[in-house]
Design a protein around this ligand. Structure first.
Ligand SMILES: NC(=O)c1ccc[n+]([C@@H]2O[C@H](COP(=O)([O-])OP(=O)(O)OC[C@H]3O[C@@H](n4cnc5c(N)ncnc54)[C@H](O)[C@@H]3O)[C@@H](O)[C@H]2O)c1
Ligand SMILES: O=C(O)CC[C@@H](O)C(=O)O
Length: 543
């Protein structure tokens, strides 16, 4: 049973989906302190949040059960993405569900600001009839500058055009052709947009680049009497600089739905009469909340029960069907990672070279590389390593990756070869899939063989002399260790040279067995490799 924790207010439609999904149980909590969220996460496989819950590194570290975070909404700035990725947790969002509602809110704020709706309504409630005081400005014929022309920015632009406004904008990821097609004047400098706008609205994510994008210097370049709208994220417009510019009379007013700290502790802007504020209501409509809740529930349920990855921020998408078709390949890559890591007891790893041949060449190489890395790092690291964080974790440790692929697989329908380049030489292993079911080790270093790729593998290098197999068999028998399979590989085709043997043992041999084998004059080295049993589910996949 997978447990999904929900710590923010989620529409009942989402809860219903989760309650009706077999294998999922829901734990709805509200008003938790960060410490309580941390405790609750210990029992959770996934969490759905909106903007109130902040998932900091302190909450995400050391949560071995947590596999997935779904943000019911767009902005993931309340989730520490590097920490989630490092911990191997997939982060997903629901990008489109609240686009229209948020765009409508931005337009509503712009209209209400222009016509002083909020103070006029408040005055009437106090019994006033101030017709002169609240003379406004008309929107038709004015220029709106839209910074960030993604989903919401474009929806705002379309609505502004409907209000007969001229739309200009800035977005480094929108082509001039597309903007022209939409009737938007696209500029390559923010300042060009800022200088000509009567209304400036921001619709970017909050990033290091967009933080303080509208600061004192930029606001000073704007037309006197400009009005500012921020329904994206607090901090894109510098709050103190905006308050100064309003007090100086350069900026006529602002409409703000979002704040650097929510609720805002710095009340300067909230209390200025020229500023219209709402408490982060952009996405707060029944329609948007139902859409994002349904999508969030669906995302988390299909990830946990079918391993399907959609709308992930820190991973490439993969459908449930593709994941299913990849399982054996991922398992092979993972076991090869475990194998080469255990064969390399000494050398610092510099590079991992992976070669995918035959059917493997047409599969998702990035995912197989991640699975290989997960195996390679598993025995070495205390933290959870999986396909989300394995490559990043390896790269953080200075390990480079190189891959190659070819349809030509020589004698095998599929062949994955892995070589670790280490300070003390190369370690190579290659494996294949037989009959769409069985994983086999077919190469270790320069030796070719065919061995099971599961359970206990006793690997010994030796000189190919008569009597050695009998000697080893006798030692195993004496210690009650059953040999399930034995594979031999010769460096040269003729007898008498360097060889390797791989014994698949039904139980792990004691140190004594290993010492006795290593003691033979023609044995050059013994390794015990521990792999998962045949058919064991991948430790980091839901099922
Ligand atoms: N107030 C709310 O309740 C609410 C609701 C939904 C979304 N949002 C916020 O609105 C913002 C936009 O959401 P969206 O769904 O349109 O996202 P989106 O990803 O579709 O669009 C963001 C756009 O910003 C552009 N961009 C990124 N960096 C930029 C930069 N430096 N300069 C100019 N443009 C830049 C991107 O190219 C992209 O086109 C996000 O911050 C989101 O969190 C707020
Ligand atoms: O959850 C909310 O209501 C806010 C959502 C909004 O900020 C978003 O980024 O999607």
């Amino acid at each position: 049973m997978y447990r999904v924790l929900i710590t923010d207010n989620l529409s009942p439609a989402g809860l219903e989906i989760l309650n009706n999904t077999e294998g999922i149980e829901v734990d709805v909590r509200s008003g938790l302190s960060p410490e309580e969220v941390r405790e609750a996460l210990k029992e959770a496989d996934g969490i759905i949040i909106r903007s109130a819950t902040k998932l900091t590194p302190e909450l995400l570290e050391g949560q071995p059960r947590l596999k997935v975070i779904v943000r019911a909404g767009v902005g993931v700035d309340n989730i520490d993405l590097p920490a989630a990725t490092r911990e191997g947790i997939v982060v997903m969002n629901t990008p489109a569900g609240n686009t229209i509602s948020t765009a409508e809110h931005a337009v509503a704020m712009m209209m209400a600001l222009s016509r002083n709706i909020a103070p006029a309504a408040a005055g009437m409630k106090e019994g006033k009839w101030d017709r002169k005081k609240y003379t406004g400005t008309q929107l038709a014929g004015k220029t709106i500058g839209v910074i960030g022309l993604g989903r919401i920015g474009l929806a705002v632009a379309a609505r502004a055009q409907g209000l007969e406004m001229k739309v200009v904008g800035f977005d480094p990821f929108l082509s001039t052709e597309k903007a022209a097609e939409l009737g938007i004047g696209l500029y390559r400098e923010v300042d060009d947009v800022v200088k000509q706008a009567d209304y400036l609205t921001v619709h970017t994510p909050l990033t290091d680049e967009t933080r303080d994008m509208l600061d004192a210097a930029r606001l000073a370049k704007a037309k006197k009497g400009v009005r500012i709208i921020n329904c994206a994220r607090g901090g894109i417009v510098n709050e103190n600089d905006l308050a100064d510019a309003i007090e100086s009379g350069h900026v006529a007013g602002a409409a703000l739905d979002v704040f650097t700290k929510e609720p805002p502790e710095n009340r300067r802007l909230v209390e200025l009469p020229q500023v219209l504020t709402t408490p982060h209501l952009g996405a707060s409509t029944d329609e948007a909340q139902e859409l994002v809740a349904v999508e969030a529930a669906d995302l988390i349920a299909t990830y946990l029960t079918k391993n399907e990855i959609r709308h992930a921020i820190n991973m490439a998408p993969i459908s449930g069907a593709e994941m299913e078709s990849m399982k054996l390949y991922l398992d092979l890559a993972y076991r090869l990672g475990l194998t080469v890591a255990q064969m390399n007891r000494k050398g610092g790893i510099k590079k991992a070279k992976l070669d995918f041949r035959g059917e493997a060449a047409s599969k998702n190489i990035k995912l197989m590389t991640s699975a290989f890395s997960a195996g390679m790092l598993e025995s070495a690291l205390a933290e959870k390593v999986n396909i989300v964080n394995a490559e990043m974790t390896a790269r953080e440790r200075g390990i480079q990756f190189e891959d190659s692929s070819s349809e030509d697989s020589k004698s095998f329908s599929t062949l994955i070869s892995a070589t670790l380049e280490t300070d003390s030489g190369d370690v190579t292993a290659a494996g294949t899939i037989f009959g769409n079911e069985f994983l086999r080790l077919v190469r270790l270093g320069e030796f070719q063989m065919e061995s099971y790729l599961d359970g206990n593998l006793l690997v010994y290098r030796h000189l190919d002399v008569p009597g050695l197999i009998g000697y080893i068999g006798t030692i195993c028998g004496k210690h009650n260790v059953n040999i399930a399979n034995m594979a031999l590989g010769r460096a040269k085709k003729e007898p008498g040279g360097d060889s390797v043997a791989v014994l698949n043992l039904d139980s792990a041999p004691s140190d004594e067995v290993i010492q006795e084998i290593a003691g033979h004059e023609h044995v050059q080295g013994v390794e015990l490799l521990r792999l998962p049993p045949a058919g064991a589910p991948l430790p980091w996949l839901g099922n």
